[in-house]
Write a protein that binds this ligand. Structure first.
Ligand SMILES: O=C(O)c1ccccc1NCC(=O)[C@H](O)[C@H](O)COP(=O)(O)O
Length: 249
């Protein structure tokens, strides 16, 4: 069974036991505006299907350290493969706007993102398909959340770019079927999209020159997880590259 098929089965079981989300108590922030001209989204990522990323980094310490340089935070809430938790959303929220990253199959998960205080929610095109992705994105927008529609190939990217509304594309360097990472692939998709839709580039980013490349293609930002979890101080170099690019483009 491929990874996404395993995920679907796991999420369906998880949803069957999921308690109702709390009533939202945190302000709702425009996630796209929070990125400014180009922002770095720092992801709190304790583990992945490839293994542990870092367990000795406390969430509040990570958010406090990166707050001066990151435009927003992404938090993984999937509890098995990523050791995520919904409670990371309200922990991050006092510092910056928050994108909830999980494997969203159902509207209830968007309500969970809303209830815990997220400002944006990930919708994975390849996981749910075109119709469901559109339905989930529209529901997220109705709740005031920014849907970040994640795509990992040009065909899906071009199709999702035609949807209109306040969606943002997340071009994933990581192929969700093979888990292989190709920043070059993501850059090629970004070149094909320019001007059609707001987009960020995600995954496999660890160098200032990668930030520069994404920024010069007029991405709204980049999302970085592993590299920042392992070396939070890297954020200063990445932020410098972002500021330098914006001043020149
Ligand atoms: O991180 C993985 O290995 C992974 C595998 C399968 C599905 C999703 C996966 N990651 C989720 C993410 O959204 C990434 O954590 C995020 O894009 C940051 O990636 P990175 O900077 O490469 O840690």
């Amino acid at each position: 069974m491929d990874f996404l098929a395993q995920v679907k089965k796991a999420v369906e079981l998880r949803l069957a036991t999921e308690p109702s989300p709390p009533a939202r108590s945190l302000p709702l922030v425009d996630f796209s505006k929070a990125l400014g001209e180009f922002g770095i989204i720092a992801e709190y990522k304790r583990a992945s299907p490839r293994g542990v990323v870092r367990l000795d980094m406390q969430p509040w310490a990570y958010f406090a350290m990166l707050q001066p340089y990151a435009a927003a935070f992404s938090v993984l809430t999937e509890p098995f493969w990523f050791l995520g938790d919904y409670r990371f959303i309200p922990m991050a929220k006092p510092f910056k706007p928050v994108l909830m990253k999980d494997f969203v199959l159902d509207k209830r998960q968007i309500e969970i993102a809303y209830g815990y205080g997220a400002d944006a929610v990930l919708i994975i095109y390849r996981l749910v398909g075109r119709e469901k992705a559109m339905e989930l994105a529209e529901y997220a927008q109705r709740l005031g959340l920014t849907p970040v529609v994640e795509v990992d190939n040009l065909q899906d990217a071009k199709e999702a770019a035609t949807w209109g509304g306040k969606i943002m594309l997340g071009i994933n360097s990581r192929d969700l079927a093979t888990l292989e990472v190709s920043f070059h692939k993501a850059i090629e998709i970004a070149k094909a999209l320019r001007g059609d839709v707001d987009f960020i580039i995600e995954s496999g980013i660890s160098k200032p020159e990668e930030v520069e490349k994404a920024c010069m293609l007029y991405a709204k930002g980049v999302l970085v997880g592993t590299a920042l979890m392992k070396n939070p101080a890297l954020i200063k170099e990445l932020r410098h590259a972002a500021e330098s690019c914006v001043s020149r483009r």
